[in-house]
Design a protein. Structure first.
Length: 165
């Protein structure tokens, strides 16, 4: 079994419902071990769009990394994800952040996620559920990586929230 860490994001429609549906879908890929609280975050990259809701989840799975990624992409399609603008608005975005403690580069899949260490919208929710989780390429915990970002600005935890509620 491998622990797959997944970043979830949504900024179109009923954002919380999209996150909940994605977490339910993740249960079809393995055992959902934990889900972080939800954060509201400013967009990154393409700025002409509304704020996102973001969370992370850990799934224990027996699938291979490429099978798991295919499952994530199918969940995105089922959730109405349309890829028209890079970093543009989306109903649901599911990113494979970590694949256990492995580093992978297979068929366009690069894990750990290449930019996650620069993104407070990933690191803040990840710190809520796994602050000591080590980034296998950088040799630092996610809490250290978040601390190095300084003031993340535009990242706010929603009170009493969680994508698994």
């Amino acid at each position: 079994m491998t622990e797959a860490w997944v970043g979830l994001g949504s900024n179109l429609g009923d954002r919380e419902e999209h996150l909940r549906a994605a977490v339910s879908g993740l249960a079809g890929l393995g055992e959902v071990v934990c889900v972080s609280p939800i954060y509201e975050t400013a967009p990154v990259g393409f700025l002409e769009q509304g704020p996102f809701l973001n969370a992370v989840a850990c799934v224990r799975t027996e699938r291979s990394a490429t099978e798991f990624l295919a499952g994530l992409q199918e969940l995105e399609r089922a959730g109405g994800r349309v890829r028209e603008v890079v970093n543009g608005p989306r109903t649901i975005d599911l990113d494979l952040l970590f694949w256990g403690a492995e580093t992978l580069e297979i068929d366009g899949l690069v894990v750990p996620h290449l930019r996650m260490h620069m993104r407070a919208f990933v690191l803040a929710p990840l710190c809520d559920v796994a602050p000591e989780l080590a980034h296998p390429r950088l040799g630092k915990s996610v809490s250290e990586l978040l601390s190095e970002l300084g003031d993340p600005g535009g990242v706010a935890r929603l009170a009493d929230s969680g994508a698994d509620q």
